[in-house]
Design a protein around this ligand. Structure first.
Ligand code: F6R
Length: 242
């Protein structure tokens, strides 16, 4: 894993956006794996600026999102469909039919997982997968204990993850307790992976990730077996790492 140390969140976001711009400029029909959450917001902000400055166009590109909550409709403000529209899709020229996000309202969720996994394969796989890091080491919504062989699946969210994400909801009871997420094996099939880690709150888990061997109790350690992983981390996130 290659580690890029940056000063702060601003620099992290700029660098991550530049990675995506470069990927799409080299391969206009690239498939970009998108993450949601607070960490990715700045990256999308810079990506929108790059599009507005004519530095990149997404007309041939595709996006596949890591995950979606079970039971939230795309119209629900807290759904990842709404997040992506708000932060990225409505500002850029990627055709709507090129956006793929799991359907958390599917009648048959297992079937949706199989469909999503094959959709990624039909697209030729993910060229660059963006990831954030959960406080418990999750990637996507693959919580500690998830098999490294897992494919797209329905998962129960850890109570700590529900609490961490409660800030986006009015009351804790509204936070879904399940999600559909790309599995760890799905993520590892991506050609390149970019993991973003920002802030003091992530310092402990980032330190564990960098220092420990592969273990299913820290899902992100699965990334250690991938040949092209770049971590961009800011000074706060790296504050416990020597
Ligand atoms: C989001 C996702 C999660 C987040 C992680 C970090 O699609 O899959 O793994 O990337 O929970 O979230 P933030 O950036 O909000 O700290």
């Amino acid at each position: 894993m290659k580690l890029i140390k940056v000063k702060n969140y601003e620099e992290l976001s700029k660098k991550a956006s530049a990675f995506i711009v470069e990927t799409v400029n080299q391969k206009p029909n690239a498939v970009i794996g998108m993450a949601t959450g607070s960490t990715a917001e700045g990256t999308y902000e810079y990506l929108v600026k790059a599009f507005q400055n004519d530095e990149v166009s997404f007309t041939e590109a595709h996006s596949v999102n890591l995950d979606e909550y079970v039971g939230l409709s795309p119209e629900n403000d807290q759904s990842y469909h709404a997040y992506m529209d708000h932060h990225l899709f409505k500002h850029i020229d990627m055709p709507a039919e090129n956006h793929f996000i799991p359907d958390g309202e599917a009648n048959d969720l297992q079937d949706e997982c199989v469909r999503y996994e094959s959709r990624i394969e039909e697209l030729g796989g993910v060229d660059l997968q963006l990831l954030g890091l959960g406080h418990n080491g999750h990637i996507g919504f693959n919580e500690p204990g998830t098999s490294f062989q897992s494919k797209t699946q329905v998962v129960d969210l850890a109570e700590s993850t529900r609490k961490a994400n409660a800030r986006f909801f009015e009351v804790m009871e509204e936070v879904p307790d399940q999600a559909i997420t790309m599995g760890i094996a799905t993520i590892l099939k991506s050609k390149r992976i970019l993991l973003l880690v920002s802030g003091k709150g992530k310092a402990e888990i980032l330190n564990k990730l960098l220092e420990s061997e592969q273990t299913e109790s820290i899902p992100a350690t699965a990334l250690k077996e991938h040949h092209d992983v770049t971590i961009i981390a800011d000074a706060d996130a790296l504050s416990l790492f020597e």
